[in-house]
Design a protein around this ligand. Sequence first.
Ligand code: RIB
Length: 330
Amino acid sequence: MTTIKEVAAKAKVSVATVSRIINNKGQATPETIARVQATIKELGYKPNVVARSLASRTSSTVALLVPTISNPFFPELARGVEDEANAHGLNIFLCNTDDERGKVSKYLTSLQERYVDGVIISSLNINKDDLEELHVNGIPTVTLDRTFNTHEFSSIGVKHRLGAQLATQHLLEIGCKRIGLIRGPEDDYTAVQRMWGYRDCVKNLEWFDPSWIALGDFSVKSGYLCMKELLQRHPDIDGVFASNDLMAIGLLKAAYEWGRKVPDELAIVGFDGIDMSQYTNPPISTIKQPSYKMGQMAMKELVRLMKKPESEFRKIELDVELVFRESSMR
Ligand code: RIB
């Protein structure tokens, strides 16, 4: 592989001159620039990106930390981040943390060593110290989705509690008399907000008590198991709000095994609006999150902070919408 020294020798200039011309910095006569560029082309020289990062302490790369890559919600989010990053000439490091503290911490250290120019984080396992350390080291951050609002830094999320109210109110309006909730993980900010949104709608109804809530983990399997639990506990259940679409997909199997007709005997609403939710039988009503737009906006916010690090931070909560499909069409 051709080195910068070979280019300099052939073009009869210093290595520093070649570096300045490659990085469009500093002075050089048009003749020198033309001669160096011709030599680069002739020798097929490719600048060493890692070496350039070390010199400039930047990498034209940003990182996106997501809690899983097996849930279609996050690739849709990542696509918005990636498209916006590419539009600004930036590359993406995609880091799957499994929402484990050890992996989050390892990635944050490794990314700083590679001079990433910014970080977008969707994780429950970050804390204010993480964000402050990145900020002090000149690396802007934006938290996304599993945002926790107990920090001063920029974040992009949606109105989770309102979305859960929309879902539960819809089930009441179509005539459901006993509505259960399959909630997300105990410590998940988004799951807790959705649980409160459901409770806002049912807490004063004479039949309600916490036994109508089953604890899932956002997986398909937990949706199946939780629905079986609710059917055993409350055979008179006739509506269910699942806190994400994967659990809504999983509960369909339990409804089928119990011989419950959807939506006539059991109406269902999910949350996220992943593409897959429209291809189940029946297609699932859901609370759609603008996932692509969330990713795009997180990247726009990060670029804003990268350009002007002293800018004020922004908290942005986007609207959600009820997508009405056969699983709740009565
Ligand atoms: O489906 C995964 C869930 O985790 C989504 O609802 C998203 O909001 C994230 O919190």
